[in-house]
Design a protein around this ligand. Structure first.
Ligand SMILES: NC(=O)c1ccc[n+]([C@@H]2O[C@H](COP(=O)([O-])OP(=O)(O)OC[C@H]3O[C@@H](n4cnc5c(N)ncnc54)[C@H](OP(=O)(O)O)[C@@H]3O)[C@@H](O)[C@H]2O)c1
Length: 253
């Protein structure tokens, strides 16, 4: 067993929950973060390493600062920013408050935690940050899920830039962005969507993500089909990609 701690946000469900289980198997003690305490307690009983449960609404940014403060004295060497949600609908009519919550959670809380833990990791020249983005973050835009795609583009861009800065300063610390396509979780229920494409399990996604995190891969894209989609996204005209993305999102209604 390691004397190291992994902090995982969004650990009460889906990808975050499976990432937590995977890291526990690798010997990490866990700090499990989400709003639903009962779910976190259930997970804590399932794993063999020590778990600390922190219930926090990270869309409230003072709680993101509070999370860092609470665990600052522990030997945290892994941060997984997985808490996030999407919202399907026409931008003209989707609920503004919900979108601001999404921006606070998917962007601002992730940004705050990434910076605060990165500073600690740089000081000890050790640590990995896994920011859970999405394949949506590699596409130019996503009509009918406009805010969600924009938040994930932010995550990819921020993470890739930070990782380059870390390399430039010869740091051992690394930042990676996990960019899954459809994963079978509670995401759709929350977003009011259904998948237009085949999904993978959260366990598969987590296993691939964690393995490649420790292989220092910057953009982690689970699945052969998705890798092809990512290559196409690099070469196809932006306008065409936006049309295709919009068509796919409409099918999710
Ligand atoms: N599923 C997919 O197809 C897919 C594809 C690409 C990327 N992703 C990304 O993967 C990440 C995990 O999503 P998932 O698919 O595993 O969905 P999920 O099953 O709905 O899990 C979302 C997690 O985020 C937490 N969360 C939501 N709002 C929160 C808040 N305000 N404060 C703290 N925690 C909050 C939830 O916990 P509580 O509700 O208990 O707070 C839950 O643990 C997200 O960032 C999502 O964008 C998902």
């Amino acid at each position: 067993m390691k004397n190291e701690v992994a902090v995982i946000t969004g650990a009460s469900s889906g990808i975050g929950r499976e990432i937590a289980k995977n890291l526990s198997k690798r010997g990490y003690n866990l700090v499990l973060v989400a709003r639903r305490e009962d779910r976190l307690e259930e997970l804590a009983k399932e794993v063999d390493t020590h778990c600390q449960i922190i219930t926090a609404d990270l869309a409230n940014l003072s709680e993101a600062h509070g999370l860092h403060e609470t665990v600052q004295d522990q030997n945290v060497t892994v941060l997984v920013n997985c808490a996030g949600f999407g919202l399907l609908g026409d931008f003209a009519t989707t609920e503004l408050d919900r979108e601001i919550d999404m921006i606070n959670l998917n962007i601002s809380a992730l940004h705050i935690l990434t910076k605060l833990f990165l500073q600690d990791f740089i000081e000890k020249d050790k640590g990995h940050i896994l920011n859970v983005a999405s394949i949506a973050g590699l596409l130019p835009a996503g009509p009918y899920m406009a805010t969600y795609y924009a938040t994930k583009a932010y995550v990819v861009s921020l993470t890739q830039a930070i990782n380059q800065e870390l390399k430039n300063r010869d740091s051992q610390v690394r930042a990676s962005a996990l960019c899954p396509g459809p994963v079978d979780t509670e995401f759709n229920e929350v977003a009011g969507a259904s998948f237009a494409l085949a999904s993978i399990t959260a366990e598969e996604c987590a296993r691939y993500g964690v393995r490649n995190l420790f292989n220092n891969k910057v953009l982690i894209i689970p699945g052969a089909n998705l890798k092809v989609a990512a290559v196409i996204a690099k070469i196809a005209p932006r306008s065409l990609l936006v049309k295709i993305a919009g068509h796919q999102q409409k099918r999710k209604h």
